[in-house]
Design a protein. Structure first.
Length: 280
C-alpha cells in the first residue's frame, strides 16, 4: 500500500469543518477543535481532543500545542486571529462560503485533502437530493414572505445559503442576504414569517423581547404568531447540518403540510391590534 500523505492531525477552528470531517468519516483526524464544534457535532466532544479558540480569536500557541499538519478555519476572521493561525506554521485552509454551491465546493475540497473524494461526492449528493426533494413537495404551495436574521444588533439578514433554503422550503426570502438591515425597513416589508437564528445563541433568541423592543407588534408575522427561533447551528453552519434547518423552515412556513421539528421555537405571546393600549 502506498504511503498516505494526507493530513493526519487536523485542528478545526470552525464547526462547519468539524461537521464536514465527521460526514466524511475523518473525525478521528481532528486533534483539536472549538467548544462550538463540540456543541454542533457532539461526537467531537469525545476522544480527549484539545479545545482551542475559534477562527475569530485563534491563538498560535494553542494551535502549536496540538502539533497539527493542517488547520481549517473560516470567515469571519479577525486580522489578528489570521496572523495567529499563520504564525502557528501549519498548512492552513481558509473557507469563505456564501452559497450552497460554495458549501458543496468546500465539502469536495476538504474531502480531496483528506483522501475521501468518494465520501465527499456522496455527502454533496445527499444534501442536494434532500433539498430538491423538499423543493418538489412545496411546489405549487402559497409562498409566505420570510425575513430571516442571523444577528439582532445590528440587525443582519441571514446568509445567501439561508435564502436558498427558504426558497426550497416554499418561501420568499425578503431583504439582501448577508447585509445589515434596519428595524424600520423590515417593518415596512411586513413579512408573513419572521425567523431568528442568532450566531452563538443556539435556540435561545428572546422572541417576545425583540418584537417589543423593535415595536413590531403590528407586523403581519407577529399578529399571526408566526415568529420563530431556529437553532443557530442549523442555519449558520455551512455543512450538512443545514438539512436540519431546511426541515425546520418547512415546518415554520407550511405547518399544515410539514410537522414542527424539535427545538423549533415559536412566539408564545403577541398582543392583537384590538388589545393594544391606546394613548390617553
Amino acid at each position: 500500500m502506498p504511503p498516505d500523505h494526507t493530513p493526519q492531525r487536523i485542528v478545526s477552528l470552525q464547526p462547519s469543518a468539524t461537521v464536514i470531517l465527521a460526514a466524511l468519516g475523518r473525525l478521528a483526524r481532528v486533534v483539536a477543535c472549538t467548544r462550538y464544534c463540540a456543541e454542533v457535532c457532539p461526537q467531537a466532544a469525545q476522544g480527549g481532543r484539545l479545545i482551542v479558540a475559534d477562527s475569530w480569536t485563534a491563538q498560535s500557541e494553542q494551535i502549536k500545542a496540538a502539533n497539527p499538519d493542517l488547520v481549517i478555519a473560516a470567515v469571519p476572521f479577525q486580522e489578528k486571529a489570521l496572523a495567529e493561525i499563520l504564525k502557528a506554521g501549519a498548512r492552513f485552509l481558509g473557507l469563505a462560503p456564501r452559497t450552497l454551491a460554495d458549501i458543496y465546493t468546500d465539502i469536495a475540497a476538504i474531502a480531496g485533502i483528506v483522501g475521501a473524494p468518494a465520501q465527499g461526492e456522496m455527502a454533496v449528493a445527499e444534501m442536494q437530493a434532500e433539498i430538491e426533494a423538499l423543493r418538489e413537495k412545496t411546489r405549487g404551495l402559497a409562498r409566505p414572505r420570510v425575513f430571516c436574521e442571523e444577528w439582532g444588533k445590528p440587525l443582519i439578514t441571514s446568509q445567501p445559503w439561508v435564502a436558498e433554503l427558504v426558497e426550497a422550503a416554499g418561501g420568499e426570502f425578503i431583504g439582501t442576504p448577508g447585509a445589515q438591515s434596519t428595524f424600520q425597513s423590515v417593518q415596512e416589508a411586513n413579512p408573513d414569517v419572521l425567523v431568528a437564528a442568532w450566531c452563538g445563541a443556539g435556540d435561545r433568541v428572546p422572541l417576545e423581547k425583540i418584537v417589543r423592543d423593535r415595536a413590531w407588534e403590528g407586523m403581519q408575522a407577529v399578529q399571526a404568531r408566526r415568529v420563530y427561533c431556529i437553532p443557530d447551528e442549523w442555519l449558520n453552519t455551512p455543512a450538512p447540518t443545514l438539512l436540519r434547518g431546511l426541515h425546520a423552515l418547512a415546518g415554520a412556513l407550511h405547518p399544515e403540510k410539514f410537522p414542527s421539528v424539535p427545538r423549533l421555537r415559536r412566539i408564545t405571546n403577541a398582543t392583537p391590534r384590538s388589545q393594544k393600549l391606546r394613548p390617553k
